[in-house]
Design a protein around this ligand. Sequence first.
Ligand SMILES: *[C@@H]1O[C@H](CO)[C@@H](O)[C@H](O)[C@H]1NC(C)=O
Ligand SMILES: *[C@@H]1O[C@H](CO)[C@@H](O)[C@H](O)[C@H]1NC(C)=O
Ligand SMILES: *[C@@H]1O[C@H](CO)[C@@H](O)[C@H](O)[C@H]1NC(C)=O
Length: 235
Amino acid sequence: MIIPRHTTKAVLAALLSAASFVSAVPFDTRGSGASSTGFKLIATIVNSDKKLSVPIQGAALEGAHVGAGLNTAVLNITTPGEIFYQNGTAEDVRAGKVNILTDGGTPLYPYGIGIYINETSPASPVAASINGGSGTLGVSLQAAKTGLAPGILHYGAASFMACDESLAYYGPSWKFAVVKAYETDKEKPIAIPENCVQINLHPLCASLPALPAGSVSSHEFANRIPCFESVSDII
Ligand SMILES: *[C@@H]1O[C@H](CO)[C@@H](O)[C@H](O)[C@H]1NC(C)=O
Ligand SMILES: *[C@@H]1O[C@H](CO)[C@@H](O)[C@H](O)[C@H]1NC(C)=O
Ligand SMILES: *[C@@H]1O[C@H](CO)[C@@H](O)[C@H](O)[C@H]1NC(C)=O
């Protein structure tokens, strides 16, 4: 594939989604960088040397079960993390109308990353979810500004934090690293709460497992995206 020197977002999106149809290998390390349809999401802490009781740096995103088909988005460094894919047609990619999915349950069913911004108070962080269904349209891996470098998890003007907290479902003594989204004015950034740190989430290449017969999920529109080959390239 020939990458033009000045790649516009739309062209890049079209290239990425065209590339997604050529997917015989788990992930591809030819050319300028690795790419894959499947990926894990790995957290890095932004500008903080705060030490929380739960590890954040290098931890993978997964769902903590909090009800039937309902999961709160958390980070966990001791588990392998969920394998996600960005879902959408070439047109969806151009229009920014993709979503990020993983598969769970029997038969396998799509679970989407859900990001909610508090409408009346956008700077109030709201926990993200990985619930059964499509998740939030517009959640994507925004490509880096230049070339085909891996992007970061992106939703409109949202920023992300991870907070050392318990979840009602598990009782007060079990601490999770709960991932929350919020929006803030660049001129007047909010004070990050004492139990939280600001994070970015980066794609780590992972091979997207084939779906067994009878799955409700489909990987037909899984986009090939640029990703990192190892955690040490991220943290
Ligand atoms: C939105 O923020 C307001 C003010 O902080 C709060 O009272 C309300 O519960 C929040 N709503 C949600 C859905 O979190
Ligand atoms: C994946 O994207 C396709 C194409 O837009 C859409 O029809 C399908 O509903 C999406 N799947 C989910 C689970 O959101
Ligand atoms: C990570 O997952 C393991 C295994 O399920 C669990 O024991 C541990 O408490 C989890 N840690 C966090 C921070 O959620």
